[in-house]
Design a protein around this ligand. Structure first.
Ligand SMILES: Cc1ncc(COP(=O)(O)O)c(C=O)c1O
Length: 406
């Protein structure tokens, strides 16, 4: 008789976006004349840049000719893309990463959820709170997180690093020593960042205690300030303690195209075993490569024209984030983020819970955001708005919020 992996039964329902959708639908039904603006989404809205579209067309044509047809891609990804990544994302930052340490994939979500497979079930994970839920849920599925406490909204075997206004959204080293530390910078959902010195301290800490940092840099392209590292490998010693995840979703609008990569330096070792060998084995066994067409599109992200167009696209979203941040400030809200990330994180007024504020904003301004409590217990009392909408909707939404009669 078969048995299921009953760790799946421990998963807490993904209520957040389902509940939002339900509430919005109910509101719209009751108020058919109202135009609702959604600033809660983490998906991009701008079309793929022309330089990338050209590359896609070219690659499609390649597939139609016998001399340029491509079948299965190499396990690590095509060299043309891995070389472009090394040059564009690492050499240019003075970071020492080689092309054979890059594993091309279909996006950061799969990699940052699958990476835990190469580590023992005994490892204890540490996460920021609030957090991108994938890190915790993938460990729940594996059976690494213990029991869930409904009252505290925490897993018994997970170490939480609260990130709140009190510590300026910078996690402190946990009291209990973790084995795997998930960090995401620029951060989803808080929009915060670590300075080079702060990230270096985490790298030093991980090397000292023998932990691995799983560093999600999905929003790297949004960094605007000088002192914010673009890759963890800008820090000394990161090659012996860090794995980095990158996505093409937010820098190039590939959310529906799918491309990402993971860096596993060959210096990462457990005894004589290289983590690189384990991930290579896992990748080769369970993944059959991102499509040639998409990897060609990824290469175009690093072309001169591609870079120029994407810089403009990111400036568009960041202008939205600025409008949100400044508008909220003018309206008297306490806000953070929105400078090195497309996410603006606000403190709910008058001690409203995150969900109370959700209802308030939907009702008074017909604007939809994301309740901070959906990202973890320390997100309670906070709320996320994103710069990923259109300019017109962003301006309209902020005007409405400013005009709410108190
Ligand atoms: C922090 C973070 N990592 C990873 C992802 C997913 O990236 P991808 O589209 O490459 O799977 C997201 C998407 O919202 C994210 O917010």
């Amino acid at each position: 008789m078969f048995k299921i992996n009953d760790n799946y039964l421990k998963l807490q329902g993904s209520y957040l976006f389902a509940t939002i959708a339900k509430k919005v639908a109910a509101y719209q039904e009751a108020n058919p004349d109202k135009t609702i603006i959604r600033l809660g989404i983490g998906d991009v809205t701008q079309p793929i840049a022309p330089a990338i579209i050209d590359a896609l067309h070219g690659a499609v044509d390649d597939m139609g000719k016998p001399e340029t047809f491509h079948g299965y891609a190499p396990d690590l990804g095509y060299e043309f893309l891995r070389n472009a990544i090394v040059k564009g994302d690492y050499e240019s930052r003075g970071a020492n990463i080689s092309a054979d340490e890059i594993f091309v994939s279909d996006g950061a979500k799969s990699d940052c959820s699958n990476i835990q497979e190469i580590f023992s079930l005994d490892n204890k994970i540490a996460v920021c709170d609030p957090v991108y839920p994938v890190y915790v849920d993938s460990n729940v599925m594996a059976g690494r997180t213990g029991e869930y406490n409904l009252a505290t909204e925490k897993w018994s075997e997970v170490i939480y690093m609260p990130c709140t206004m009190e510590n300026n959204f910078v996690p402190e080293f946990p009291k209990e020593t973790p084995d795997l530390i998930y960090l995401c910078y620029p951060n989803n959902p808080t929009g915060s960042t670590l300075t080079k010195t702060q990230l270096q301290a985490f790298v030093d800490y991980a090397n000292k205690v023998g932990a691995i940092i799983l560093y999600d840099a999905a929003y790297e392209a949004y960094i605007s300030e000088e002192d914010v590292p673009h890759t963890i490998y800008e820090c000394e010693g990161a090659r012996t303690c860090a794995i980095e995840f990158k996505s093409f979703s937010k820098n190039a609008g590939f959310t529906g195209v799918r491309l990402g990569y993971t860096v596993v330096p060959k210096d990462l070792k457990s005894g004589e075993t290289m983590l690189h060998s384990l991930w290579a084995r896992r990748h080769g066994t369970k993944f059959n490569g991102a499509p040639y067409i998409i990897q060609k599109a990824g290469e175009a992200v690093y072309s001169k024209e591609g870079k120029k167009q994407l810089t403009e696209q990111i400036a568009y979203y960041m202008n939205n984030a600025k409008i949100i941040k400044n508008g909220l400030k003018e309206a008297g809200y306490r806000v953070s983020g929105g400078v090195n990330a497309p996410y603006v994180w606000l403190k709910t007024p008058e001690n409203m819970t995150s969900w109370e504020f959700f209802d308030y904003l939907l009702d008074k301004a017909n604007v939809v955001g994301t309740p901070g409590s959906g990202f973890g217990p320390s997100g309670e009392g906070y709320f996320r708005l994103t710069g990923f909408g259109t300019y017109e909707n962003t301006v309209k939404a902020i005007e409405r919020i400013k005009n709410i009669k108190k």
